[in-house]
Write a protein that binds this ligand. Sequence first.
Ligand SMILES: [Zn+2]
Length: 81
Amino acid sequence: MNMPTRFRASCPDCRSTSELGAEAFRLALGASSERTFYSFTCPSCGAAVRKRAGERIVEALSGAGVRTMRLHLGRQAGMVQ
Ligand SMILES: [Zn+2]
């Protein structure tokens, strides 16, 4: 009973829909929902797809263990790591 979660991702470039595991996604959490995105690479055409992530998507993806990155906005965080 340890089925990896898979998500349906549709590509706006080639219009294909793929099922991808949590490791295929990245989540970028911004200060507001307008600045919160998830991204993945389309397995069909190789496009880097980035879409706005609503609350439900954020919950589903982070719950499945998707790598999450916090964006620090409003300050000069720049590229500091
Ligand atoms: Zn594609």
